[in-house]
Design a protein around this ligand. Sequence first.
Ligand code: NOJ
Ligand code: NOJ
Length: 503
Amino acid sequence: MTAQTIHQGQWSVIRQILSQTVFQFVGVGVLAILTCAGVSAETRSAPATAKGIFAARGASESRFFQRLQQQRTRAEAYMLNNVSRPECLPGCVVASPSKSNPNYFFHWTRDSALTMLTVLDLFDRSTDPREQTQYLQILKDYVLFSRKTQVTPGPVGGPGEVRFNVDGTADYSSWARPQNDGPALRTIALAKLAKILVGRGESDFVRIHMYAPQMPAYTVMKTDLEYISHRWQEPSYDAWEELHGQHFFHRLMQRRALLDGAQIAELMEDLGAAGFYRFQAAAIEPEINQHYNENKGYIVATLFPSGGIQYKSLHLDSVVILGALAADRGDGFYSMTDARLQATALELIKVFRAMYPINQNSEGIAIGRYPEDRYDGIHSDGFGNPWFLITQGFSEYFYRMAKKYQTDGRIEINLVNLKFFEWLGLTQASPRTIEETSPEFAEMLQKIVAKGDAFMAKTLRHMNQTDGSMSEQFSRETGVMQGANDLTWSYASFLGAYLHRPE
Ligand code: NOJ
Ligand code: NOJ
């Protein structure tokens, strides 16, 4: 099948989904209003055993769940609508269809990799072989388009280049370059894809287009891995494209990319390189740990700022939580139950709860990038706002935290995360271990999931109430959407949270 026929197939699926959901929405609208008040913790307060922890959910839960399910379908359709659009090359992911105020009609290395991570999650959960083939085609197109952008000449050129026109040529506008999280995120997504393809007997595609051991590198993964392993010490611009320095987010991503990449190097019999990538990954770890500041009580997003905006002083930034979500490889390094992350999340929640009027008297807290933020979605001389992708990222973080505790079978409370547990409503707060046999265990896990739901309820309330579309931000004062419309990453992050919600 040619890319074009798949492409048309993809479009007809999207159209079908959209027409169905607009139709369905009329009935759900009434429920939406009822549910807007948020899902309260009381629906979960029934005691439960460790196994059935998340089963005891009441009537308001089922209404909330209906809304989530409806939005899941729409979010997927909207997200895929921005992938391989007719006016773009196959595999290109526009950050948003918006071409002015702001112009986001570009393929960003970061946004597209995060989108593909969500496509991989969808693939994992799909049981329909036809659908799986469609997801794989999107991913393969992304591989080929990525390689095209990687060799295209540009202001910095190569893996650190930030964003591309939809025909794969470089963007020459004045921008914050390089941004070294991009190639790391792409490697994480592609390593996952490579394993899937090898498992399906498609090693040839991997060897030809993704990872060939030969140097100089001529495949996308090998090129990224060489770049990351030789340059992770160098400062670059942060994920918000504003500040030059050493970033927790980038380093966490680089570590995972090198470890995941080493596995693919081994599969492709590039053993020397695999050893080198692992060695570099280990060297990054102590640098990552430098970011936790005991006196401040949170993980400092950027160390050694060396250019860009001057008004960021706390370096308390939601990007830390988003980083942990994408960089968690299940090996315990900055896992979802890491006390330093919990302390950081709590500081962010407190700061945004106090700062944004729409968070007053609301159970769900809308979260923005960082307290000093001035980017209003178009200009950088205004006030920052809450973002869909961040609020939903917090939701995913709480969902995955609950699941990790469930797997671990115990909750460790120490001096670093004590305040976090107090905020969750732990009675008798003191450093100790809560074992799964204690009734408190299930209760805490239910509280964590209820927090996750409250973040989701907040974004459901501020998205377009007729069609479920989501832009980048919503006003801190009025809750009305602003910034780039139909931001691909907003939908990808909704799905990320939805797909990780404990059942
Ligand atoms: C656009 C970037 O994408 C955004 O993150 C940033 O805040 C503004 N430019 C200002 O630099
Ligand atoms: C601005 C965000 O700060 C940045 O992270 C993103 O890559 C671009 N918008 C495009 O969505």
